[in-house]
Ligand binder design. Structure first.
Ligand SMILES: [Zn+2]
Length: 92
């Protein structure tokens, strides 16, 4: 499957990244071994402001981090959007 449907996971503002990571975007970059160059929400590609918490539509409760712009990160929780599955990094 080339892409997947995801939604924002709210209530994560007080969740800090694991020790050794300065932010969730830093967590994503270190796990991927590459810098985040853009918001990875499909058809967006603005500046990656944050590592946003998302969940897969129809998936379980597992959370993933995705580089996102503020606009995409602030989409309501019930708004479905698309991203490449390979861009998601699971939260430990
Ligand atoms: Zn975006």
């Amino acid at each position: 499957m080339p892409f997947i449907k995801i939604r924002n996971k709210k209530g994560t503002a007080n969740k800090f990244p694991p020790p050794g990571y300065t932010s969730w975007l830093d967590f994503w970059e270190k796990k991927k071994g590459m810098g985040a160059t853009k918001c990875e929400v499909m058809l967006c590609a603005k500046k990656p402001d944050v590592g946003g918490h998302v969940i897969k539509v129809g998936g379980g409760k597992e959370e993933y981090i995705l580089p996102m712009c503020y606009g995409c990160n602030n989409k309501p929780e019930d708004e479905v959007f698309k991203a490449w599955d390979s861009d998601l990094v699971a939260v430990e």
